[in-house]
Design a protein around this ligand. Structure first.
Ligand code: 3PG
Length: 206
């Protein structure tokens, strides 16, 4: 994949699926809304199967695994068909394991030292997490001068109203968030609502 993970969509939908039946419909709803990227968090027992199902049945979407917190999960996600990996933090071991999969990945960072440690490995794209709790827009703005090579996907506490302020920063490519796929919409099968929220987020850079 030549295009950067950060430049495909303004908002990466971060999705927590509780039931495997939700996986394919939610992916289709996101595609219909103009957001052909999905980050499935590895926080529920069905997450790996959900990645497998989406990879097989919704080829239009780029499916990735989120909440990758161990080398084992990185390997399992890659085997399940994940096309990118996202981690909330990054130890040297985890960074190595994610690189080993050969997939594009966004390691999580929240401090200048963590950003520097990721840059030292040659990786310039990363997640900033938990964005709002870690200093938000003001913090990321400060990083533009000290770590200009780093580009971020801030995630954690970001909503439709705050996303544009993040997207206006020079070092932010996209933001991530769960607001596009609320648990209630997934539970009720309200796919039209997901498509509507996706369409709203898809135009944030326009
Ligand atoms: C993540 O895994 O990136 C976060 O849980 C997403 O945070 P949000 O629910 O505040 O969008």
């Amino acid at each position: 994949m030549s295009e950067s993970l950060l430049d495909r969509v303004p908002v990466v939908p971060v999705v927590v699926v509780d039931s495997l039946e939700q996986a394919v419909p939610v992916a289709r709803a996101l595609v219909d809304g103009g957001l052909p990227v999905i980050e499935l968090t590895l926080r529920t027992p069905v997450a790996l199967d959900a990645i497998r199902a989406i990879a097989a049945e919704v080829p239009e979407i780029l499916v990735g695994a989120g909440t990758v917190t161990s080398p084992d999960l990185a390997e399992q996600a890659a085997k399940a068909g994940a096309q990118f990996l996202v981690s909330p933090g990054a130890t040297p071991t985890l960074l190595g394991a994610m690189r080993e999969t050969g997939l594009p990945f966004l390691p999580g960072t929240a401090t200048v030292s963590e950003v520097l440690a990721v840059l030292e490995t040659g990786q310039t794209e990363m997640k900033f997490f938990p964005a709002e709790a870690s200093g938000g827009v003001a913090y990321l703005s400060s990083l533009t001068t000290v770590t200009p090579a780093a580009r971020f996907c801030p995630t954690g506490g970001i909503r439709l109203a705050s996303a544009p302020t993040y997207l206006a920063l020079a070092n932010v490519g996209c933001v991530g968030g769960t607001w596009i796929t609320p648990a209630s919409a997934l539970a009720e099968g309200a796919w039209g609502e997901v498509t509507r929220l996706a369409a709203e987020a898809a135009t944030l850079r326009d």
